[in-house]
Structure formats: C-alpha cells, structure tokens
Design a protein around this ligand. Sequence first.
Ligand code: SME
Length: 165
Amino acid sequence: MFAAQTIDSTDKPTFYRELATQLKALLDGESDSVANAANTSALIFQMVPDLNWAGFYFLASDEELVLGPFQGKPACVRIAVGKGVCGTAIDLEMSMLVKDVHEFEGHIACDAASRSELVVLLRDDQGVFGLIDLDSPTPGRFDKDDQAGIEALAAIYVAASAFED
Ligand code: SME
C-alpha cells in the first residue's frame, strides 16, 4: 500500500521536490496511462493545499480536449481547443497561471467555487497531448513555484506512462 507522507508546504520548491519523489514512488513499475493519471490527480488533490479540483484533460483530436481522471466535482467533459483556460493553454502551447478566473475572458466554470487556476501541459516527443488542471477557491492561489512544481509532476507522469500513438 502506498501511503502519502505529509510534507511541510511553507517552502514551495522543497514541497514540490518531495512531492515529486512521492509521485515517482507511486507510479513506479506501472505504465497504464489512465491508472497513473488517476493516482497522480489523487496525490495532488490530497497533498497540495487549498484545491477544489485537480485532474487531466487529453486531446481527443486537434480540436477538442476530453476529460480524464480527476478529483473534485464532476466537470465539463469536452473543451474546444482555444476555449477556456484549458483550451487556451493548448492553443498557445504554454502553461496558464490565472490569478482570478473572473478576469479571464471565456473561463469555463465547472465549479462555481473556483477562483484561480493553473494549467500545465503534457508533452512527449510527438508534442502536446493533454494537460493537468488545478483549481482553487482562493484568488491568487498559484504562483511560478506552483507552476514549476506541477510541470515537474506532469513530466514524471508522462515518463512513467505508455501512450498509444
Ligand atoms: N476552468 C477550465 C475548465 C475545466 S474545469 O476548471 C475542471 C477552463 O476554463 O478551461
């Protein structure tokens, strides 16, 4: 049984380094991409403070994202590329740090409690194929340290998992 160890979250870089170590241990020896996405979202939701949603979206085509494993309230299943924070991240091929979702034109509210959002991309040799999305009920919850930390977790998830072409 894997038991996540509580980590002091005062120093974010240290927090995310330790969380990365726990994620590697959690995914060790398993390459199923759905199982790994499920456990990655569960670990993030359990360990990262002040979240109301954490999960995956995968590109179903060049035009559309589809919901993957997540923790939190039921969410929008399909998001068009270019729409919302998630679709914009894919369109621009970059992580998105949104301090106040009410200020983001076109934000898609899956949970009315969400006030800030962080989206990081999943990439392999073929390019971007999905993303990890975090929502918080606190405005300004995420900063560059959270972005770097979650990007590192996304890379661990991609490296551990096998994907169909
Ligand atoms: N807020 C996102 C939609 C996904 S949910 O937050 C889970 C967006 O604007 O793309």
